[in-house]
Write a protein that binds this ligand. Structure first.
Ligand SMILES: NC(=O)c1ccc[n+]([C@@H]2O[C@H](COP(=O)([O-])OP(=O)(O)OC[C@H]3O[C@@H](n4cnc5c(N)ncnc54)[C@H](OP(=O)(O)O)[C@@H]3O)[C@@H](O)[C@H]2O)c1
Length: 228
């Protein structure tokens, strides 16, 4: 595939490296080459099969609008835009493109969502739940998109609009740590996931781009990762 990676940062660089190792042709556009989504003008995308976005919350919506309007399949790892998710879904349907997003592209975290979903049964008993997340000091959004996704999964499975407070910590170079604690008067349950490197996110995003090839529609990675 011809892949355009948006973002030369920590994750975008690794996505480009892994896509190259998997024999894709890769072009990368950072903040300078993509000011005001200028790398996504239709005439610059003729040979591009998929656009993978690992940029920042302030520009991701402009990137999505430009890429989808140009008719390109998009894989979006950038977080911090989910309040606009309904508008993006409509845009994708209107332009009949393929779109796949994830708050977290690592297989391990998606497995963790299933563990959290199963444990949400605790809320129907005498337990209350809390979510903790730790990330490096450079992270621009809080709480993390992954913590919000865990909260949503537990609320849906627990059948209650339970409070499920998220507490965020920003320290050092922590790649990504998420913990769910269920507490009852008699015990505590701890569930945690600790990312050791960004490689899991980057590999998942490249596999997601391969999965999306030739498909149309709006997809959440947590619903399709088992098909990879
Ligand atoms: N879904 C997942 O699995 C996952 C995993 C990791 C991270 N993330 C998310 O992905 C995003 C990026 O994370 P990161 O750790 O890689 O951050 P990062 O190291 O700060 O990289 C972001 C990069 O985006 C570039 N950028 C800013 N505006 C741009 C634009 N308009 N067009 C193209 N590039 C632009 C920045 O370039 P300059 O340095 O030149 O400004 C920077 O290099 C964050 O939202 C993070 O939460 C998601």
């Amino acid at each position: 595939m011809n892949i355009l990676v948006l973002g030369r940062g920590k994750t975008g660089s690794l996505v480009a490296e892994i896509a190259g190792q998997r024999r894709h042709h890769v072009r990368v556009a950072g903040a300078k080459e993509n000011a005001d989504a200028s790398a996504l003008l239709a005439d610059k995308l003729h040979d591009v099969d998929a656009v993978i976005d690992f940029t920042a919350p302030h520009c991701v919506l402009a990137n999505i609008e430009a890429g989808v309007t140009a008719g390109k399949n998009m894989i979006v790892g950038t977080t911090g835009w989910y309040k606009e998710i309904d508008r993006v879904r409509l845009l994708v349907e209107r332009h009949n493109t393929g779109f796949l997003y994830a708050a977290n592209f690592s297989i391990g975290v998606n497995l963790f969502f299933d563990v959290a979903r199963a444990a949400a049964a605790a809320l129907r008993h005498d337990y209350s739940g809390q979510i903790f997340e730790r990330h490096h000091v450079h992270k621009k959004d809080a709480p993390s998109g992954t913590a919000i996704a865990i909260q949503r999964v537990i609320r849906e499975a627990g059948g209650k609009n339970e409070d499920l407070e998220i507490t965020s910590f920003r320290e050092g170079e922590v790649v990504g740590f998420h913990e769910v604690v269920f507490e009852s008067p008699s015990d505590r349950i701890y569930l945690s996931h600790d990312a050791k490197s960004r490689r899991g996110f980057a590999e998942g995003a490249v596999l997601a781009a391969e999965w999306l090839a030739g498909k149309k529609g709006f997809y959440d990675f947590k619903d399709i990762w088992r098909e990879l």
